[in-house]
Design a binder for this molecule. Sequence first.
Ligand SMILES: CC(C)(COP(=O)(O)OP(=O)(O)OC[C@H]1O[C@@H](n2cnc3c(N)ncnc32)[C@H](O)[C@@H]1OP(=O)(O)O)[C@@H](O)C(=O)NCCC(=O)NCCS
Length: 194
Amino acid sequence: MVESLKFSLALMACSLPDFPRIRPYYRFMVQFRAWVIGLGKNRRIIHPVWIERGFEFSKNLKMTLHANSKIKHHVSITGSRFELGKGCVIEPNVTIDATSSVTIGEGTCVGANCEIYSHTHLFGKKETSIFHAPEIDEPVVIGDGVLLYGHVVVVGGVEIGTGAIVGNGSIVTKKLDEYGIYFGVPARKVDQRI
Ligand SMILES: CC(C)(COP(=O)(O)OP(=O)(O)OC[C@H]1O[C@@H](n2cnc3c(N)ncnc32)[C@H](O)[C@@H]1OP(=O)(O)O)[C@@H](O)C(=O)NCCC(=O)NCCS
């Protein structure tokens, strides 16, 4: 009952406007929202964290957000487990499916409109309806200092090494090396940071 109330309060806080041009109000609102969200028992927020308007998350999501991270507007995180390291930025309209778990290291940036999935389906038999195919958990781990440019899709079970960079619109289907530069559908290594 109390948890439901805290969740409803958090949803209300997320639906309030930001008015970014009114700086004192904006600064108060993004931190107030993080504070209200952190009241829930599954949610651990190490302040200061900035959360902009339109943030959506599921009630049972175990969420840890470390200090100095920013979640821009209209980000959605559903599922069971999500952890965001210190000093990260999640740009607008990012969708994170944390059905199994999604872990993001420190100082990482997830570009606008990215999608990260941590489950897939088992389509073994053709008689099985697509709506009844069993789900498979595939945790996603994204390292420190990673940069995903806009519109990148990360499919389940992928590990992205420290300092990797992924170009716009790529689809990441495999483990990415530390400091590798990747691009394409599926993402292929095009260079290495030196
Ligand atoms: C398309 C898909 C079903 C294929 O799965 P699969 O048959 O197990 O394919 P594999 O992982 O064995 O990959 C086979 C090849 O296709 C490539 N590939 C896989 N998924 C791809 C995708 N979405 N786009 C482009 N290439 C893809 C792989 O890189 C691999 O290429 P390679 O042989 O050159 O190395 C799966 O990768 C996918 O996209 N799942 C969606 C996951 C998702 O969105 N989950 C949330 C559900 S709500």
